[in-house]
Design a protein. Sequence first.
Length: 257
Amino acid sequence: MNRLAALLWDVDGTLAETERDGHRVAFNLAFADFGLAFHWDVARYGELLEVAGGRERLLADLETRADAPDDAEARAALAAEVHRRKNAHYGRLVREGRIALREGVRELMGECAARGIPMGIATTTSRSNLEALMAVHFGSGWRGRFAAIVVGEDVAAKKPDPEVFEQAVRQLGLEPAAAVALEDSPDGVAAARAAGVPVMVTRSCYFADATIEGAIAIGPGLHSRAGWRPAAAGAGRVRLDDIVAWHRRAAKDSRPA
């Protein structure tokens, strides 16, 4: 199928630069709440992003720390409590307007709505984190903008497992190849590709130099058509027509000779 039938949005790093200025900050606030002598600076959090999922990220860090509980069950319990508190802090940061949408996101969503292209959200962040971000930027009726919403609580495995995308295209009633996923990370790209969903990459701060293979297009963000591969002709932001062209080109290139 050559026609683009839906866009699937990742959240962290794709809709907004949430990792460095949102989740990382919220984790550090939660550590302080629990009297833990932990602090994730920008570089350390970047290393931890190799692990998908905030609670899983914290568990991975606890396993390396001499000042963490020795018992695995105790570490898991601590991680769960800290993660809940972190989510509360994250919601507050969002409500205070500390986390903006990336440039070009709102405009592309508006184009999809105007042209009748369904959108979905395919994220392994938590439902509460997603709701906090979207309600601030799109109001209480934000869910009506999306024909499919899949979050971390809905899947058994986080990205790079493909389940989140498999569920999203099933909710949309589409073949995977008819959609395009917007991602920022190697794990997200791997998840989309494993589900058979073509994927484009809007690089985020933590994955600006990451090696990414198999995307139909890669660029610095939706705010500018400069720096994209394949090239997007002209000036201004990335538009829906650019994504339609990349999708069509990828479909043509994938056909047997």
